[in-house]
Design a binder for this molecule. Structure first.
Ligand SMILES: Nc1nc2c(ncn2[C@@H]2O[C@H](COP(=O)(O)OP(=O)(O)OP(=O)(O)O)[C@@H](O)[C@H]2O)c(=O)[nH]1
Length: 447
């Protein structure tokens, strides 16, 4: 590092990079609507930094007062504005009056010192201390976003804020101990520290803009991912999300001795709720059902909205009986969780088809089996769980659209197909399972 170097050239470069970085933020600010104010404040802060550095670059050409008071007011003001940008980025309460007050106080102090070269030390000490303090105040705000915003940009922003604290703090300490490492006219810096800090000022704006943009970009990406993977009405996974996660989970293989169970869950006579109370109440009913479903599941279970009033779940349990028991618990929870609309209790029931990894190992066959069984449950009168069925039943029943609802004849036909006149067995459900579930169970070999 040279003993002397031209501060003005360095700050001219810094002013330009800062200006371009500010321009980039202004151009990119519509990328994410909710982050737009933060990005705008960030751009404004960089613009002030650019002006501050330009004042230094033009030292000798500008009036003395401007070339000293200008950068030492505009530089800290740029940091105060960046602090406001960070507050907004971190969803903290805005403090524009604090920014205005701090800027006014700094201007008053710098103007009071005036352009006297003998006042270089207190002038630069105030600037460095204000910038170090402002950067330090950003750190707790940024730490609150750890785990909530994209990890890379949050970490980079914390590192950058800490770098500013260290650089400005070191500069303030240096000034306190050694005085100002600068020629009296302020055109040349002396010593490695001053050079390093000036370098940080040149590179800092670009890094700041990159961090802000990658942060906002990460937010956009996370929101897009969430839009694709979360059903907005129920908060459950979308069909695409459920299919891919369930498929992957089954392809990875379940832990030894564990059984996977795919549930196809269809709300019963849902059209009647829409027809009677309107679609908004229908929407509320779907959200209410989804909340009940979530409460009935265990951590690690997957759920998703298959479409309309049909939902899926993938459970992992110790035995096939436990899967059927969990399905029955969901059915009972839904039947018992009425919701109120205009003083009237609205009841929901569900029909559930269950397929377990004892039936098939892969996702698609499991889905097909669960789908057939929920249809059988509909045909048998709804509000029930079907965990197995005879081989022929699905084929015989295929032609009928279960969305039309089962007629009495269809229910009889399905019951015949299921039981073939023999009393039902309870191979797929525990003996203490409720009657409705037990009655519909058939030996697992049926598939
Ligand atoms: N409110 C609301 N209704 C929906 C939504 N998606 C699907 N539906 C309604 O769900 C109803 C499904 O009707 P059907 O397919 O006849 O089924 P169902 O009335 O539940 O009868 P079964 O399934 O045979 O018991 C239709 O009225 C759809 O309009 C939604 O997001 N919101």
């Amino acid at each position: 590092m040279p003993e002397f170097f031209d501060i003005r050239t360095l700050f001219l470069a810094g002013s330009l990079t800062s200006f371009l970085s500010a321009a980039m933020l202004f151009v990119m600010r519509p990328l994410h609507r909710r982050s737009e104010p933060a990005v705008r404040w960030g751009g404004f802060g960089l613009l002030l930094s650019s002006l501050a550095m330009m004042c230094v670059a033009l030292r000798g050409l500008l009036p003395e007062f401007v070339s000293w008071v200008g950068p030492n007011t505009l530089g800290p003001a740029g940091m105060f504005v960046l602090y406001e940008a960070v507050r907004r980025l971190c969803h903290a309460r805005p403090r524009p009056l604090l920014v205005a007050g701090a800027t006014a106080a700094m201007f008053a102090f710098q103007a009071w010192l005036g352009d006297d070269p003998a006042q270089q030390a207190p002038r630069l000490l105030a600037t460095a201390s204000a910038q170090a303090l402002t950067a330090a105040l950003m750190v707790p705000l940024l730490l609150r976003r750890v785990g909530r915003d994209p990890a890379g940009p949050v970490t980079a922003a914390i590192a950058l804020a800490l770098a500013f604290v260290v650089a400005n703090g070191a500069r303030a300490l240096w000034i306190l101990v050694n005085g100002v490492s600068m020629s009296a006219d302020g055109r040349y810096a002396t010593g490695a520290l001053q050079a390093g800090i000036a370098g940080l000022f040149v590179l800092g704006p670009m890094v700041q803009a990159m961090v802000v943009m990658s942060w906002v970009n990460g937010r956009v990406a996370a929101e897009l991912r969430s839009l694709v993977s979360t059903d907005p009405l129920t908060g459950l996974g979308t069909r695409r999300n459920f299919f891919s996660t369930a498929r992957e989970a089954l392809a990875r293989g379940l832990p030894d001795g564990r059984v996977g169970g795919l549930l196809m869950i269809d709300l019963d006579d849902f059209k009647r709720i829409n027809d009677r109370h309107g679609h908004r109440v229908g929407d509320r009913a779907l959200a209410h059902f989804a909340a009940t479903l979530r409460h009935s599941l265990q951590p690690g279970d997957l759920t998703g909205r298959y479409g309309g009033e049909e939902f899926c779940a993938l459970l992992t349990r110790s035995r096939a009986e436990d899967v059927a028991r969990a399905a029955e618990a969901i059915r009972a929870a839904v039947a018992g969780a009425q919701f109120e609309h205009e003083g009237e209790d609205i009841a929901l029931t569900v029909s559930i088809g269950v397929a377990t990894t004892a039936d098939a190992q892969e996702f698609e066959p499991l889905l097909a089996i669960a789908d057939r069984r929920v249809y059988v449950a509909k045909s048998m009168g709804r509000d029930r769980v079907v965990a197995s069925e005879p081989e022929q039943a699905p084929e015989r029943r295929r032609g009928m659209d279960r969305r039309q609802g089962g007629t009495d004849e269809a229910a009889d036909e399905a019951a015949d197909a299921l039981h073939g006149g023999d009393p039902p067995t309870s191979a797929a459900l525990p003996a203490d399972a409720p009657r409705s579930a037990r009655a519909e169970s058939e030996p697992a070999a049926a598939d």
